[in-house]
Design a protein around this ligand. Sequence first.
Ligand SMILES: Nc1nc2c(ncn2[C@@H]2O[C@H](COP(=O)(O)OP(=O)(O)O)[C@@H](O)[C@H]2O)c(=O)[nH]1
Ligand SMILES: [Mg+2]
Length: 313
Amino acid sequence: MSLFQKIGEGLKKTRERLGSGLAALFRKERTASFYAELEELLLLSDVGPAQATTLISELKEWEKGTDRTDTSDPMVFLEERIASFFPLDPPLWVERPEQTPIILLMVGVNGVGKTTTTGKLACYFKDQGKSVLLGAADTFRAAAVQQLRLWGEKLEIPVVHQKEGADPGAVAFDTVKAAIARKIDVAIIDTAGRLQTKHNLMAELGKVHGLIKRELGDTPFESLIVLDATLGQNTASQIEHFQKIIPLTGMILTKMDGTSKGGIAVSLARKYRLPVRFIGVGEGKEDLLTFDPVLFAKALIRPNASGQDENRF
Ligand SMILES: Nc1nc2c(ncn2[C@@H]2O[C@H](COP(=O)(O)OP(=O)(O)O)[C@@H](O)[C@H]2O)c(=O)[nH]1
Ligand SMILES: [Mg+2]
């Protein structure tokens, strides 16, 4: 399967609603209710009110013929506009010249899929021939450390860990130190996330970030927020909470396979100007797909299009 086909499969529920809905709608005449129906379809898939309004007014302009370029298909027009909503800055792990390890700090609230995504990412980088180290900085629950160690065993990747209740900053610090000493390519640090708790995990997370930053000096690293796509617009407040504590560099949207609201990626990326790095489309180690705005928009809007861009990866 090509990446385009995998994205299409992962987005099945969303495209059954949005892609199929749009195809049926665009076959109809432009009656008074046309744009209302279009808006409803966009909102149902969680593209977000601001994006729906923008897309509809751009489509109206385009249909007047003033803005028309090389396509006469309104679906292609929408797809191109949606793709343009995503920021394009490349992630650190693409063409990084320096020899220092790439550090990924995984953050997000409990249950969104952080630990699973950490494991899948380890698999992704390992498959590219990179050396990987994992850090179990979710010391809040013993089970979380155990869960990450299982991924480590399965993938034959070392995991830096301490006892339950240990200082997550110390684990993160040890992971970075070890990654530098062992000349590791990518170190991925799993953390605990709770928004309301007496243990004040959010303050601890700020400390973890500060320690990594101090250790790396001017070398940049990624702080990736993991979000459960099935939660739709509720994910926005999670971004805002975490952004108050640490500067986020990107998003990973999990459980895309379980929702018809996959348009949330469009909404969040445009609103917060945060690039989407990966999408999760299942529980297995291979169920993590690199995010490409063009392929994503196409899979969302025109899943049956022949994927001319299929071989971009
Ligand atoms: N269907 C599906 N389930 C996922 C995905 N990512 C994670 N999960 C499941 O979500 C649950 C919580 O994941 P976990 O990694 O423990 O979340 P954490 O608390 O953020 O570390 C687990 O049952 C995972 O298997 C995904 O992309 N698709
Ligand atoms: Mg976890």
